[in-house]
Write a protein that binds this ligand. Structure first.
Ligand code: GDP
Ligand code: PGA
Ligand code: MN
Ligand code: MN
Length: 586
């Protein structure tokens, strides 16, 4: 046992309690320092948890191959345990707290025998920001510790803040036996507690991220008058040096990381446009004294999707990955460099499971949900404003999903209430970020279906409540980068060219562009979107910039049915907005 304990009696007590239950050989309080990290890495290289990558091309970077059944979030095993079932809502799996605790007790009993128990104090958000919140994760996984060190402000400074504040989110994690039949991710939002067993995958095991910064924080935010959202935050600077910040919610593996670090097309760069990155996954926002929403990124690193990341699609991500990165479930080349589908033309030698890669197998070499973990500061577009304790003022909120049909490239909400409906009605095709079928369209309101820690009806109500006297709210937009044509190809080039859509949004924010008013919202006039250098087929121009009235009438009916699943708890204002839109569509 390490002698160091906290000044905070309640923290010490909890650590002792957990140790009595889980029976670790040792307890290690993480200070977050370099020496500690090096020792952890050395240990993991020794026991095979990490493999050394080519240190000439990728200094201080490592590969982790997970258990093959532990590669994504497990929504069917993720529970929100509130005292009343209705408070979790139909959007969550629910279990009675006492039963959940009993069940988890059984799993945790003695699970750390022979292992070290790491105590990881962390701060979500700039260490000195009043918007930040702290937690402590107990884990038996050194891989989790190494990732938490990149993803959060972990260690001594966080512990000091926790001791000063006296309160913190309690997260207990064990990889258990990595057995999918003995795996649960339990949340107790009313007690600010998380218990996660049986998985080492980021979204299930790095408890600061989805479990704390979204599920627990969304619950806290509701009570305290702020928002915890599944959104990237980017800064956009025009040639006159004026800056705006945009927050965008897309479901997992639908383009947040790419948009957050976008490099504008050449003409824009020449003219002096610039994109800076505040965050790529999570956004905490609160109204400031001027009525605007101010946002922080609670995270300190990126846990990004590897496949599809290339010099062409996302050069900033690639540049971030030159050193000090942890890769999970990627393939490797014969000279031991990390590789994934879409990176380049080289042939991988070894697949994500560690087997010789057989191109004839038809299987990808890297897992479709393979990931990289890297410090945000290594990103060339990283903005020091990410450390500003006040956060950044948000000018536009963007919702978007993966929709092969129906949904045009971009449209704007009429007002806040309509914007909340657009967010609530979001649909997207499922991806490899969660286990289960891929490519199935489902409702994913505000990209929060897997992450909202309470009843969606109450959540929408909370969103609506921000529209009040003195508020100066962002404009709300919806985008779709993933519309497909008859041939099955994407109609919009996407990636850097998404800048063109951002520019149109800014024109709208600044009142410098008109629009076409339709029942679904304001569509751009095609001549107001800079398409210089983009070749669009007539089919693309029509499908990206027009809307299909009949198809949308069906969509609105389906949205109405979805809202009805929440019964009388669904805010009337939102039902009214849906009815108004449906009626206008005829
Ligand atoms: P995140 O999980 O929401 O952060 O999504 P990512 O930015 O990591 O992107 C997920 C996948 O979508 C990757 O394979 C990207 O290459 C791909 N992607 C991202 N942006 C675009 C885009 O604008 N168009 C298309 N077609 N694909 C995109
Ligand atoms: P993503 O983050 O949104 O970047 O995919 C991980 C996740 O949501 O599981
Ligand atoms: Mn995410
Ligand atoms: Mn991402």
């Amino acid at each position: 046992m390490t002698a160091t304990t906290s000044q905070l009696a309640s923290l010490n007590q909890w650590i002792e309690e957990v140790a009595r239950l889980t029976r670790p050989d040792r307890i290690h309080w993480c200070d977050g320092g370099d020496a500690e990290n090096q020792a952890l890495i050395a240990r993991m290289l020794e026991d095979g948890t990490l493999l050394r990558l080519n240190q000439e091309t990728h200094p201080n970077s490592y590969l982790h191959r997970s258990h093959p059944d532990d590669v994504a979030r497990v929504e069917h095993l993720t529970f929100v345990c509130t005292a009343k079932r209705d408070d979790a809502g139909p959007n969550n799996h629910w279990m009675e707290p006492a039963i959940a605790r009993e069940q988890m007790r059984g799993l945790f009993e003695g699970c750390m025998r022979g292992r070290t128990m790491y105590v990881v104090p962390y701060c979500m958000g700039p260490i000195d920001s009043p918007l930040s919140r702290c937690g402590v994760e107990i884990t038996d996984s050194p891989y989790v510790v190494a990732n938490m060190r990149i993803m959060t402000r972990m260690g001594e400074a966080a512990l000091k803040r926790i001791e000063r504040e006296g309160g913190f989110v309690k997260g207990l994690h064990s990889i258990g036996e990595l057995n999918p039949d003995r795996r649960f991710i339990m949340h107790f939002p009313e007690e600010l507690e998380i218990q996660s067993f049986g998985s080492g995958y980021g979204g299930n095991a790095l408890l600061g991220k989805k479990c704390h910064a979204l599920r627990i924080a969304s619950h806290q935010a509701r009570g305290e008058g702020w928002l915890a959202e599944h959104m990237l935050i980017l800064g956009i600077e025009n040639p006159r040096g004026e800056k705006h910040y945009i927050a965008a919610a897309f479901p997992s593996a639908c383009g947040k990381t790419n948009l957050a670090m976008l490099i504008p097309p050449r003409g824009y760069v020449r003219d002096g446009w610039k994109i800076t990155t505040i965050g790529d996954d999570i956004c905490w926002m609160r109204p400031g004294p001027d009525g605007r929403l101010y946002a922080i990124n609670p995270e300190a690193g990126f846990f990004g999707v590897a496949p599809g990341t290339s010099e062409k699609s996302n050069p900033n991500a690639l540049a971030s990955l030159q050193k000090n990165a942890i890769f999970t479930n990627v393939a490797v080349t014969d000279d031991n460099q990390p590789w994934w589908e879409g990176l380049d033309k080289r042939a991988p030698a070894t697949d994500w499971k560690g087997n010789a890669f057989d191109p004839a197998s038809g299987n990808p070499a890297a897992h479709p949900n393979s990931r990289f973990t890297v410090s945000a500061r290594q990103c060339p577009s990283w903005s020091p404003m990410a450390e500003d304790p006040r956060g950044v003022p948000i000018s536009a909120i963007v919702f978007g999903g993966r929709r092969a049909s129906l949904v045009p490239l971009v449209f704007e909400a009429r007002d806040w209430t309509h914007g909340v409906l657009i967010g609530a009605a979001m649909g997207s095709e499922t991806t490899a970020a969660a286990t289960g079928a891929v490519g199935v369209m489902r409702r994913d309101p505000m990209a929060m279906k897997p992450f909202c820690g309470y009843n969606f009806a109450d959540y929408f109500n909370h969103w609506l409540s921000f529209d009040k006297a003195g508020a100066n709210l962002p404009k709300v937009f919806h985008v779709n980068w993933f519309r497909k044509g008859e041939s099955g190809d994407f109609l919009w080039p996407g990636f850097g060219d998404n800048m063109r859509v951002l520019e149109w949004m800014l024109k709208r924010v600044e009142g410098k562009a008109g629009s076409i008013e339709t029942p679904i919202g304001h569509l751009p006039k095609i001549e107001d979107v800079n398409l210089d250098g983009v070749e669009l087929t007539p089919e693309a121009r029509e499908k990206l910039f027009d809307y299909d009235r009949e198809g949308w009438a069906h969509e609105l009916a389906s949205i109405g049915e979805y809202l009805d699943e929440y019964g009388a708890r669904m805010p009337e204002a939102l039902r009214d907005e849906q009815r108004r839109t449906a009626t206008a569509l005829g």
